[in-house]
Write a protein that binds this ligand. Structure first.
Ligand code: B3K
Ligand code: ZN
Length: 860
């Protein structure tokens, strides 16, 4: 298949200002009659030719009508899944009629069945699986949708916008008609039919309009919707306060479904969610789940402006809505809880998912230049690096300047399909700024490296900071230009322990620069990229002593965390390379953090954790997962042993009372389980019993899962007791059962690969449900040591799963490819085994475009 290129963009030949859908819903067969008012696009550069309506493979209309006349079969044709109709005039009414089968739809794109529900997912190109339509985001239409269905099976009928009519349809059926006054691209269309109950609430907007809110779930799940509702209302208020953006319809509905390809979808006025991002109560959801729910609810809500009111011209502009909206949800969450801990978590995600992508065969700029299958580009680069690029503009322009920029962006582009360029230009115009070179962030892939060297001259009391950046070559982009990046920098006095140069933002625009600091009369310690102001890798000439100092004294909590991480990384990398590793410095620094009364538990719980095995692997030119495991394990045990009294004291001091969902209580729970993990590492004989007691006595899932995770890594009899008890207790709760699979897939044990192969044959395992698939296979592929079992059976297993899943759900299957795609990073034996599996996959006949694209790029 030929790739789609960004530079080939042309405005559409035809516009579709209005569409009426008449949908007769049933799981086996649904009939869709569409009435499109089309007009030739007069815009400059627009395509010419016949009306081309996208469809899916095998789709054939049972009739096509133009201006009320049924066309003969010869008057329309299907070419490459498009319905082509030659139209004589400039405006016509085109009607099509088609039957589709939701229950046979295993891809979960278009209209599909999930449990007893019928629901839709259209982004990016799912609408063409429902009806013939120009399925591209720059065709905006007003939708009227009439749904008819069996009243008993589907008592609730929902679509976008406002309910404009409903009634009886005879023979046990009923109908509802919805109208959405806002023109929208078809990827934002949604429709749900099912036996659902609503948690109802309301929100009064800034200008005093009342909005009816509904979160629709199965009746039994209603008690688990309060947290999502609170998050929705908080998001609505936050977007008014921080961005001046008000909700614009009278109704805002959310529906939770069990089978969903990703997190959630921002359909206008009718968000559809993976149930894992809605349902929560203390018994079944962890604190991390609660936080993720609030973040995703906010994200989808914020899309109402950044995505829906202003949408994307084409899919190459995806980061326009996704990067910006991730930035918005990150800031929302930071404002709701601990800003420092939120930033630490976000940087962890960036480093775990985006940096490896940017350094591997799938690297692409946040505004890509080509794709085969757009579903493959919903990546950490588009989302998370995209958010970092927005954040850098926020840092450089300041909060007020940034707000002026977004105001202008919304004002200029409201109701249109815009580009990344429109966003940057609004930032420039609102601030009189020049972002010419900054635009390279949209065009160039690869994580920049910044080398920072600080030299002190005691005689002249000066310090000289040399900064140099390089942007590595990535596939298709051998040569790069420097990219302007804002670095927050401060200096601390090593003797006085206080700041000696206050924080400033330096925008490194060139390849190299020098900054001179005067009046530096004691040895300075460099604090740089504070708050992770730029998404780059910073290398410095700081000693272990400097890093230990910063981990105890920096006044930026993120920088404190970062100094500790760097100290740990330096120590572990030295150990992996068989060199001199200063473990004692790490032990001392962890002790200091652990016992610092000024620090809160949530922060401590993050700071004392060792970097993950995969992150350590990313620091090495060639990865030997066994060497990484050995070094990390040895340091973990030493931290456990040498600080045993401190871990015991911490464990006791963080013991919870009754469950509360507050930042303080969350932090205590986090540190409690971290302390248990270190006690386990020290090998104390009472730990399995302690963990089992925590497991059994817990009144919340965070404590219970924390204890289970510790037990699952070990060999004790308590391990089997707890895993069996967990299964018995939650076997009927799919979201919790996912945790049971994941806990075993991420276990740090020698036999994890065996266990995972066994679990794939468990009666509760299925590839048909994306959450379940990810809970086992995705989690396993992220367990570096287990996935990279030296005999290659982890690779074979994941390749088998990719091939099996591809016949059902290509989008989900393709998401399992990147761990294998990292084959060039591993020692030769493993590397060859990984490559052989990719070659096996690509040689398989009948592969989807999704998997083909990811595997062939990985091998290129
Ligand atoms: N916009 C959707 C993602 C759609 C993914 C399609 N493969 C959810 C989100 O980012 O909010
Ligand atoms: Zn999004």
């Amino acid at each position: 298949p030929a790739p789609i290129l960004r530079r080939d963009y042309r405005p559409p030949a035809w516009r579709v200002p209005t569409i009426h859908l008449d949908v007769d819903l049933a799981a086996a067969e649904t009939r869709v009659r569409a009435r499109l008012e089309v007009e030739r696009n007069a815009a400059e550069g627009a395509l010419g030719g016949p009306l081309a309506l996208d469809g899916a493979p095998g789709m054939v209309p049972s009739s096509v009508t133009v201006d009320g006349h049924v066309l003969d079969e010869g008057a329309w044709r299907i070419v490459d899944d498009q319905l082509l109709i030659d139209l004589p005039g400039a405006a016509h009414v085109v009607e099509t009629d088609i039957a589709i089968s939701p229950e046979k739809n295993t891809q979960l794109m278009g209209l599909y069945a999930s449990g007893g529900l019928l629901c839709t997912q259209c982004e990016a190109e799912g609408f063409r699986r429902i009806t013939f339509f120009p399925d591209r985001p720059d065709v905006l239409s007003r939708y009227t949708v009439k749904m008819t269905a069996d009243r008993t099976l589907y008592p609730v009928l929902l679509a976008n916008g406002d309910l404009v009519g409903e009634g009886d349809a005879g023979e046990g059926r009923h109908w509802a008609e919805w109208h959405d006054p806002f023109p929208k691209p078809c990827y934002l269309f949604a429709m749900v039919a099912g036996d659902l109950k609503a948690n109802r609430d309301s929100f009064t907007t800034l200008s005093g309009r009342a909005v009816q809110l509904g979160i629709w779930v199965r009746e039994a799940d209603l008690p688990k919707t309060d947290h999502a509702m609170a998050a929705l209302k908080a998001s609505m208020a936050w977007d008014e306060q921080v961005y001046g953006r008000e909700y614009d319809l009278g109704i805002f509905n959310i529906v939770a479904v069990a089978d969903f390809n990703f997190g959630a979808m921002e359909n206008k006025g009718l968000n559809i969610f993976n149930s894992r991002y809605i349902l929560a109560d203390p018994e079944t959801a962890t604190d991390a789940d609660y936080d993720a729910i609030a973040g995703v609810v906010a994200h989808e809500y914020f899309h109402n402006w950044s995505g829906n009111r202003v949408t994307c011209r084409d899919w190459f502009q995806l980061s326009l809505k996704e990067g910006f909206t991730v930035f918005r949800d990150q800031e929302f969450s930071a404002d709701q809880g601990s800003r420092a801990v939120k930033r630490i978590e976000d940087v962890r995600v960036l480093r775990a998912a985006q940096f490896p992508e940017d350094g591997g065969p799938l690297a692409h700029p946040i505004r890509p230049d080509s794709y085969l299958e757009i579903s493959n580009f919903y990546t950490a680069t588009i989302y998370n690096k995209g958010a970092e690029v927005i954040r850098m503009m926020h840092t450089m322009l300041g909060a007020e300047g940034f707000r002026r920029g977004t105001d202008l962006y919304f004002e200029r582009n409201d109701g249109t399909a815009a580009t990344c360029e429109d966003f940057v230009r609004a930032m420039e115009d609102a601030n009189g700024a020049d972002l010419t070179d900054f635009r390279r962030w949209y065009a160039q892939a690869g994580t920049p490296r910044v080398r920072a060297t600080l030299e002190h001259e005691a005689g002249t009391a000066t310090a000289r900071l040399t900064l140099a950046q390089t942007v590595p070559a990535t596939p298709g982009q051998p040569d790069k230009l420097p990219m302007p990046l804002p670095l927050r920098i401060a200096l601390f006095g090593a003797d006085s322990g206080t700041p000696i140069v206050a924080e400033r933002v330096h925008v490194l625009g060139d390849e190299a620069t020098e900054i001179l600091f005067e009046g530096v009369d004691e040895p300075p310690v460099l604090s740089i990229n504070r708050g992770f102001s730029a998404p780059v890798i910073v290398e410095t000439n700081r000693s272990a002593a400097d890093l230990a100092f910063l981990s105890a004294h920096d006044d930026d909590p993120f920088a404190r965390f970062e100094a500790m991480q760097q100290l740990m990384v330096d120590t572990l990398v030295a150990a992996i390379n068989g060199g001199q590793a200063d473990e004692a410095a790490v032990v001392a620094a962890v002790r200091e953090t652990l016992t610092d009364p000024a620090l809160d538990a949530a922060f401590i719980g993050e700071a004392v954790l060792l970097p993950s095995e995969s992150f350590l692997g990313d620091q090495l030119p060639v990865v030997d997962p066994s060497a990484v495991r050995r070094a990390r394990d040895s340091l973990r045990k030493r931290l456990g042993r040498e600080l045993e009294p401190e871990w015991r004291a911490t464990y006791a001091a963080t013991a919870a009372n009754r469950f509360e969902y507050t930042p303080t209580a969350k932090g205590l729970r986090r540190l409690h389980s971290v302390a248990l993990g270190y006690l386990d590492a020290c090998g104390a004989a009472d730990v399995p019993a302690l963990a089992l007691a925590q497991f059994e006595g817990a009144d919340n899932m965070t404590d219970r899962q924390g204890a289970l995770g510790v037990l699952a890594n070990g060999l004790s009899g308590e391990r089997e007791t707890a895993l069996a008890a967990f299964y018995d207790r939650y076997r009927n709760d799919a979201l919790v059962l996912d945790k049971w699979f994941t806990t075993q897939a991420i276990a740090m044990r020698e036999d994890t690969a065996d266990a995972v192969e066994r679990l794939a044959r468990h009666p509760d395992f299925t590839l048909a449900n994306p959450n379940r698939m990810r809970s086992l296979v995705g989690a396993f592929a992220a367990n570096q040591y287990a996935f990279h079992a030296a005999d290659g059976r982890g690779y074979r297993f994941v390749a088998d799963m990719i091939l099996a899943a591809d016949t059902l759900n290509p989008q989900s299957a393709a998401r399992l490819v990147p761990p294998l795609g990292r084959w060039r990073r591993f020692e030769p034996a493993r590397s060859a085994l990984m490559k052989a599996q990719l070659e096996r996959i690509v040689a398989t006949p009948g592969l989807s475009k999704d998997v083909f694209e990811q595997v062939s790029r990985s091998l290129a």
